[in-house]
Design a protein around this ligand. Structure first.
Ligand code: FPP
Length: 256
């Protein structure tokens, strides 16, 4: 079969075969910072919220690809603890999009074997969003094909603060001894308790920062940043990231 090039990658001179890398070289846990919705809309002379709506479409496509390609966990940064600083209209639209997404997609995701999860200070979300989230989580709780983990009102620092408070409470109650606290124990107090750390973190729209996403969990996560704005991000971009990841040597601070 002749080697096929993806046009976007060809531009950067990176040949990528269209097949999926071998399964054992795929990330188990993929995390994505879905950035660039606003810029996508502004470039087109449209209100920023149109970009978020387009971003939901991309999320649909990427969830489908993850399902097909056997990724076990997909954690997406949908709303940060800092995003409340945005204009009221934008925050409201993001919350409405979340409710709409859950109402429209939960049944189909359930049918496809997706378990819906969420991390963040969920109790601060609007009640309607909390209700839909609860419903979707309960509906899909026994699914095992893909965990779609929505980071909502999530901040890596807030998560560490919450974990510390929970640790202190357990110490004061006599459920935990200070001398028993280690990385494994602290990990079990995080929103992501029980999940493996992300293997690959993709950030769209070119910014080279973590923006308070999965700070503890990303200690040895492989990063992949693309200039492509989230609404333009396609399976071919994900495939390119997966190929790049498959070529990397992960040493976790050790030597080969
Ligand atoms: C960052 O783009 C994106 C967000 C703050 C929200 C991401 C949300 C979605 C993709 C859709 C909603 C998700 C669900 C689960 C329904 P930005 O607005 O910061 O873009 P900019 O940097 O170009 O301004």
């Amino acid at each position: 079969m002749p080697e096929v090039f993806f046009p976007r990658l060809q531009k950067c001179g990176v040949p990528v075969k269209p097949e999926l890398p071998p399964r054992e070289l795929l990330p188990r846990h993929l995390a994505i910072i879905m950035d660039g919705n606003g810029r996508w809309a502004v470039k087109r002379g449209l209100p920023r919220v149109v970009g978020h709506r387009a971003g939901v479409e991309t999320l649909r496509e990427i969830v489908k690809a993850c399902l097909e390609w056997g990724i076990e966990i997909l954690t997406v940064y949908a709303f940060s603890t800092e995003n409340w600083k945005r204009p009221r209209e934008e925050v409201d639209t993001l919350m409405e999009l979340l409710v709409e997404y859950l109402q429209k997609e939960a049944d189909e995701l359930h049918r496809q074997g997706v378990k819906i999860g969420a991390i963040g200070r969920l109790y601060e979300l609007p009640e309607k969003a909390q209700r839909e989230l609860m419903r979707a989580k309960e509906l899909t709780a026994r699914n095992r094909k893909l965990l779609l983990n929505l980071a909502l009102n999530y901040g890596g620092r807030a998560e560490l603060v919450d974990a510390c408070c929970a640790v202190v409470r357990d110490v004061l109650r006599g459920k935990l001894r200070v001398e028993d606290i280690d990385e494994r124990v602290l990990n079990s107090y995080l929103y992501t308790a029980g999940l493996p750390d992300p293997d690959l973190l993709i950030r769209t729209a070119g910014e080279m920062r973590f923006s308070n996403f999965l700070l503890w969990q990303s200690a040895y996560t492989e990063l992949w940043v693309t200039p492509v704005l989230w609404p333009d991000f396609r399976r071919e971009d994900l495939l390119a990231a997966l190929h790049d990841y498959a070529r990397r040597e992960r040493r976790f601070g050790g030597i080969k």
